[in-house]
Design a binder for this molecule. Structure first.
Ligand SMILES: Nc1nc2c(c(=O)[nH]1)N[C@H]1C(S)=C(S)[C@@H](COP(=O)(O)OP(=O)(O)OC[C@H]3O[C@@H](n4cnc5c(=O)[nH]c(N)nc54)[C@H](O)[C@@H]3O)O[C@H]1N2
Ligand SMILES: Nc1nc2c(c(=O)[nH]1)N[C@H]1C(S)=C(S)[C@@H](COP(=O)(O)OP(=O)(O)OC[C@H]3O[C@@H](n4cnc5c(=O)[nH]c(N)nc54)[C@H](O)[C@@H]3O)O[C@H]1N2
Ligand code: SF4
Ligand SMILES: [Mo]
Length: 736
């Protein structure tokens, strides 16, 4: 399918393809890899994986290009006396890191050591990184880029349902529901193969509502497109709930039987009259009424949110308001109905479950819970009292660099491009005593490091990821990595050894997974019934999946209604003997019998509208929102190295409405300066009627002059600590 530009001889072509998954987003499309000469692979269709049925977007198709030696790092780099990064041997590089971490700790204490992880890391890596921070470094200062991703939805989901799994149902349920509201999600660009689920929904007679300040490619597919001002989704959801009550559409029996807290939530919503909501959001009352009608008419319906409503300083309450709408209308924990969050990174789901988050232990356990500490400490063979408490959230950690936190290890993130108020964050990174970065490429963050370690990539290593559906998947190694490159697990093993911890950091992913299973057993995200053999035999297993022995005695809410679409017990299981335990089938659908709260009821949360952290004023009269384009991934560290993708999306731009452009005297392609209280970015104008006239949009994939995050506001959500990437006040000026 994809010609990687390398020699594809008949011999290489005849090799058996290795079934695996894409290195990029949370859809984790299945693909086959065939090794080809030149150390890379050829991607071909893998039709047996049901989620994408062979379809791939351009990023997945071209991913092998990043395996080529020209695109990636193949030797450790260390900062030399004259300030340049120069190649070095592994021992020298590892000794330098260990020595610097040791010195910082001796001088300032363990909490002066920071660790910054990523939602693209496999479960094994995320688990090992969290353990490394707590057990080897002894620091509380670990967090990761997932904080910038779906933390608001996770916080709201936990608050309402007692458990956060992005989608509590598989994607295959989407075409079978009656109406989907997609809030601030643009799957046509961010998960193209998933679009067919929404197309099929409409073919089946269902309706699609898209809520987005821009008429995106996704919005173009919708039956109804609502275009609110950025940052006002909370009011929009409350306005819809108000109408649900006013029009007598509340599912009273469901509310009575399956929820708590309705009276308070109802009272809060009733203060949001449709006309008031129209003034806040700019969405006309008739459109609001139409949305309520479409959502309430069918028997089943869903609300799916993504980064639009979540990346706000009130993201948790905003998602809470959409969940309230689902609960009032009886659309959660029922077949073909529910609220879900579309997780973003390749392992965005698993990456938030196994301990690289500031307040968390493996299995989605809480670091502050004494029982959780005891359980995990026992698996780790340490005294629970030695485990540090919760640390700072991602932005707060980056903001503390060079002051409280003096040495940092980055694994799987490029905050110089992706963090809010990025110029400030870049300054904090530069002020560190010591920075080590493990990456596959020389990212903008790696460029600032004292030591850079080159690590293996997806096609070169085995490991598990958990997709946006909560489906645990096995990625398989297809080729041998180049000389000079090592795996993240090997890095952690080597550093632990140098820091005096000889045991507990195996380099074999399966060995790490076996430990993760035990550490997660009995926790909310229980993986104990999953093993590598099962993952090679089945197309993934949905968590929670407790081990059989554990299943019977399992504490907790018992919400784990076995799959309605259960995967059959795996063939290799010893289920032939009479008393042999039957493997748990996994849990594609959550909450059908009860929610994961103590009383089994979903909790309404009373929320009310509040303005964004920064509202437009005379000096900064325009709203800036940010997001993605189809051909680039995240900070662009990987995809900016692929020729085909760069040709499709060569650089940043400022999307604006013709009316705003006319006011500025700007024509298509003219350079525009966008200025916020944090800084100034310059990029060419892209004029379109598909955006509100009071709003401009910039994608965030590029460093330098056009870096969108130079402008963004690090105002944090009080619960999730999510920064307000999706709205800040700017002024736009032509560059003469
Ligand atoms: N091509 C590509 N695909 C990706 C990624 C990538 O970088 N590139 N990244 C992956 C990751 S990690 C993630 S998290 C997902 C993200 O996937 P999405 O959430 O779909 O991506 P975004 O473009 O960030 O935001 C979605 C939409 O929110 C809209 N929006 C902006 N402000 C608001 C607002 O205030 N309210 C509402 N309702 N909408 C608003 C934007 O106009 C945008 O169209 O994509 C994943 N897939
Ligand atoms: N303005 C604005 N900013 C945003 C967002 C937005 O919508 N608007 N979205 C936010 C979101 S949702 C996200 S998820 C973040 C993402 O932002 P980043 O965290 O910067 O994401 P990536 O660019 O994927 O960075 C991953 C880095 O790790 C490397 N890498 C990949 N795989 C591995 C591995 O296995 N091991 C190691 N050691 N390294 C690896 C890659 O080469 C890359 O340099 O950006 C956030 N920033
Ligand atoms: S949609 Fe996501 S997982 Fe699928 S090929 Fe594209 S980047 Fe990869
Ligand atoms: Mo993300």
């Amino acid at each position: 399918m994809q010609n990687t530009g390398t020699d594809t001889t008949a011999a290489a072509r005849s090799a058996t393809p290795v079934p695996t998954h894409c290195p990029y987003c949370a859809l984790q499309c299945g693909m086959n890899l065939t090794p080809v000469r030149g150390g890379t692979v050829e991607v071909s269709e893998r039709a047996d994986f049901p989620v994408n049925r062979g379809a791939l977007c351009g990023k997945g198709r071209t991913a092998p290009e990043v395996l080529a030696p020209g695109a990636r790092l193949t030797s450790p780099l260390v900062r030399s006396g004259d300030g340049a990064l120069v190649p070095a041997g592994w021992d020298e590089a590892l000794d330098r890191i260990a020595g610097n971490l040791e010195r910082t700790r001796a001088r300032y204490g363990a909490d002066a050591l920071g660790v910054f992880g990523g939602g693209g890391l496999t479960n094994e890596k995320a688990y090992a990184l969290g353990k490394f921070a707590r057990v080897v470094l002894g620091t509380s200062q670990i967090d990761y880029n997932g904080r910038f991703c779906m933390s608001s939805a996770a916080a709201a989901g936990t608050r309402a349902f007692g458990l956060d799994r992005g989608l509590p149902f598989p994607l295959e349920d989407i075409p079978r529901t009656g109406c989907v509201i997609l809030v601030g999600s643009n799957p046509a660009e961010t998960m193209p193969p998933s679009l067919r689920y929404f197309t099929e929904l409409r073919e089946n007679g269902g309706t699609l509502i898209v809520v987005d300040p821009r008429r995106t490619k996704t919005a173009e597919q919708a039956d109804l497109h609502l275009a609110p001002r950025p940052g006002t989704d909370l009011a929009l959801a409350l306005g819809m709930l108000h109408l649900v009550v006013a029009e007598d559409r509340v599912d009273e029996a469901y509310v009575e039987e399956r929820t708590s807290g309705w009276e308070e939530a109802r009272a809060a919503a009733m203060a949001h009259w449709p006309e008031y909501v129209e003034r806040i959001t700019g969405v006309p009352v008739p459109e609001l009424r139409e949305a309520v009608r479409l959502f309430c008419a069918p028997e089943a319906a869903m609300v799916l949110t993504a980064r639009g409503p979540e990346q706000q300083a009130k993201g948790t309450d905003t998602v809470g308001a959409w969940i309230n709408l689902c609960l009032a209308t009886g659309r959660a924990g029922r077949p073909r109905s529910g609220y879900g969050c579309l997780t973003g990174q390749g392992n965005g789901q698993g990456g938030r479950e196994h301990g690289q988050k500031a307040d968390q232990l493996p299995g989605y356990r809480k670091l502050t819970d004494p029982a959780a500490r005891r359980h995990v400490a026992e698996v780790w063979g340490v005294d629970p009292d030695t485990l540090p408490g919760p640390g700072r959230s991602a932005y707060e950690l980056l903001d503390a660099l060079g002051t409280d936190v003096r040495s940092l290890l980055v694994m799987g993130s490029n905050p110089v491009v992706s963090a809010p108020r990025a110029a400030h964050v870049e300054g904090r990174l530069r002020s560190l005593d010591f920075l080590a970065v493990c990456d596959v490429v020389l990212s903008e963050t790696a460029e600032l490091a004292d030591v850079v370690l080159p690590v293996t990539q997806w096609a070169e290593e085995t490991g598990t990821t958990t997709s946006l559906e909560g489906r645990v998947l096995l990625r398989r190694r297809a080729i041998t990595p180049p000389e000079g490159v090592r795996g993240d697990l090997e890095v952690l093993h080597a550093l632990a050894g140098r820091l005096g911890v000889e045991k507990g950091f195996p380099v074999e992913p399966e060995e790490v997974f076996e430990e993760l299973r035990r550490a997660s057993a009995g926790g909310p995200a229980d993986y104990s019934g999953i093993d590598y053999r099962r993952l090679t035999e089945e197309n993934g297993v949905f968590w929670p999946c407790p081990a059989p022995a554990h299943d019977a005695t399992r504490p907790g809410p018992g919400l784990l209604a076995p799959a309605h679409h259960a995967t059959p017990p795996h063939p290799g299981s010893p289920a032939t003997a009479d008393d042999a335990p039957v493997p748990h089938p996994g849990t594609p659908r959550l909450f059908l019998d009860r929610f994961a709260t103590d009383d089994g009821r979903a909790r309404f949360v009373p929320v009310t509208h509040r303005p964004s952290a920064e509202e437009p004023d005379e000096e900064y009269p325009v709203l800036l929102t940010t997001g993605r384009v189809v051909a680039q991934y995240q900070s662009g560290a990987q995809t900016r190295r692929v020729a085909e993708l760069n040709a499709a999306a060569p650089g940043p731009f400022v999307e604006l409405h013709p009316r705003l452009a006319a006011r500025l005297g700007a024509a298509e392609g003219d350079p525009l300066a966008v200025v916020s209280r944090r800084g100034r970015a310059v990029a060419p104008a892209r004029i379109t009627t598909g955006i509100r006239p009071d709003t401009v949009f910039m994608p965030f994939h590029w460093p330098g002059e056009g870096r969108a995050n130079t402008l963004t506001n690090p105002a944090l959500d009080p619960t999730s600590r999510m920064p307000e990437f999706k709205v800040c006040a700017v002024r736009v000026e032509p560059v003469r």
